[in-house]
Design a protein around this ligand. Structure first.
Ligand SMILES: CC(C)(COP(=O)(O)OP(=O)(O)OC[C@H]1O[C@@H](n2cnc3c(N)ncnc32)[C@H](O)[C@@H]1OP(=O)(O)O)[C@@H](O)C(=O)NCCC(=O)NCCS
Length: 421
């Protein structure tokens, strides 16, 4: 039941928005592929604007091998290894690219979802790199947003194969990662999904990793091999290009896209643009500000009374939302065994309804997740409805950690709301 509730919440939040799916070619041969396409069809039918960028690399490799054409590659600063697509290879590359795209069209149509494979990408040749003529290897010049928009308006999925055409109609082989990146940016996609064949089946350690671009950058820096983690590299580039949320999903895992979209738990690695950048640890000089914010709420009994000393004592647990250097909202995460208590959420009245409160809560949930806590809970007398909108569900004082239960005040009779992580 909770799952259905969560799903409705996210459905209404995202419906009508554009999502781009870059899907590795080997995923199309996985047992999970039919259900992935079924989910994409469902999303398109329920009002999401679905853009698919099929990868074709492995299929191009096999077609070229079959026809006795050896691919040559070049390493460049930005691209790890790019295929030099010469005139002989190009017709085979086109054939392979459209074969990859057709797999999606066929599978979508079996799920009553129409789609259009189109020349939605204007490309330009890479020209000569380090003395090497790149011939038919190109890059995105622009994404043709209007025709894609028309297709999406009809609730059809738009499929962008890894081919782009120059203004004069010359075809170029363009890496699908670049097309996905450019399409997500140009279409104002709220999400880019990178459906990867790189993650081994059953591998769980990438689950629920929530990274800021800075954290992703650190991981990539630590990994000296420039060719390593191409999905993470692409995700970071997309996030820097303004895509709010980029998800790397295991293409072998059934239902991963829906889980990532419609549950609080998520299902893969996510890079989010740093909406939390204004949130920082509490400093001693913030205490008067946050007490000023809390005072009317404490007077009304909405928050329990806290003194300077109370806050100072647990200073490490507190975070503030700073605007122009001044704290305008706050919140705390207290740890009790494997659970986290979200407390002292308060927003300056002058900054109400601007999303500060929910951002602080999401931030604290994310912190709890990073610290491998199993759930977070909150005790509230008057804000339970608000916590419900953030995915929390009602529980009972009996479920509180033993140490915390000792301090539960039956007279105050706070409601207990929880979020499993
Ligand atoms: C609850 C609180 C933190 C919300 O902060 P905020 O920054 O204004 O909230 P957001 O901008 O993220 O969300 C605003 C939405 O929540 C709604 N909302 C705010 N307080 C609410 C409450 N107590 N119950 C239900 N909905 C509430 C607003 O009407 C608004 O709805 P809308 O988006 O449909 O217009 C803030 O009102 C507050 O400081 N309350 C007192 C302290 C408190 O109750 N803390 C929780 C216990 S620790």
């Amino acid at each position: 039941m909770d799952l259905v509730r969560e799903a409705f919440h996210y459905q209404s939040r995202f419906a009508g928005s554009t999502m781009v799916f870059k899907i590795d070619f080997p995923v199309t041969a996985e047992p999970a592929f039919p259900s992935l396409v079924k989910d994409l069809a469902l999303l398109a039918q329920t009002g999401f604007r679905i853009v698919i960028v099929p990868g074709a690399k492995e299929w191009i490799d096999s077609v070229l091998t079959e026809y006795g054409i050896r691919s040559r590659y070049i390493n460049s600063e930005n691209h790890n290894s790019i295929r030099i697509t010469d005139a002989r290879a190009m017709p085979f590359v086109e054939m392979a690219a459209f074969h990859g795209a057709a797999r999606f069209m066929t599978a979508l149509s079996a799920n009553h979802c129409d789609s259009v494979i189109g020349n939605f990408v204007r490309a330009r040749g890479l020209g000569v790199l380090n003395g090497q003529d790149m011939e038919h290897t190109g890059r995105v010049e622009k994404i043709l947003v209007k025709p894609i928009g028309k297709v999406l308006d009809l609730k059809m999925a738009a499929i962008l194969p890894c081919i782009g055409w120059s203004a004069s109609g010359k075809p170029y082989n363009v890496p699908s990662g670049e097309i996905a990146l450019a399409a997500a940016g140009a279409l104002g996609a709220i999400k880019l999904f990178i459906v990867s064949a790189e993650i081994p089946a059953g591998q769980n350690n990438v689950k629920n990793l929530r990274l800021t671009p800075k954290e992703a950058e650190t991981i990539l820096e630590l990994n000296k091999d420039p060719g390593a983690l191409p999905d993470l590299r692409l995700a970071l580039a997309a996030s820097k290009a303004g895509v709010e949320r980029v998800h790397i999903i295991n293409g072998r895992e059934e239902g991963a896209v829906l889980r990532e979209l419609f549950s609080n738990q998520g299902a893969g690695t996510m890079i989010y643009t740093d909406e939390y950048e204004s949130i920082r640890p509490l400093e001693t000089q913030d205490i008067p500000d946050i007490l000023r914010i809390m005072e009317p709420l404490m007077r009304q009994g909405i928050l329990i009374r806290r003194s300077v000393e109370d806050i100072q004592e647990k200073k490490e647990d507190y975070w503030v939302f700073g605007i122009d250097g001044q704290a305008h909202a706050c919140g705390a995460l207290h740890k009790w065994e494997k659970q986290g208590e979200i407390a002292a959420i308060a927003v300056d009245g002058a900054y109400a309804d601007m999303g500060l409160g929910s951002r602080i809560v999401r931030f604290l949930v994310n912190q709890a997740s990073k610290e491998s806590l199993s759930r977070v809970f909150v005790l509230t007398t008057q804000s339970h409805d608000w916590f419900e909108t953030l995915g929390f569900t009602e529980s009972t004082p009996e479920t509180l950690p033993e140490e915390r239960r000792k301090f539960y005040n039956p007279e105050r009779n706070s409601k207990v709301y929880v979020l499993e992580l």
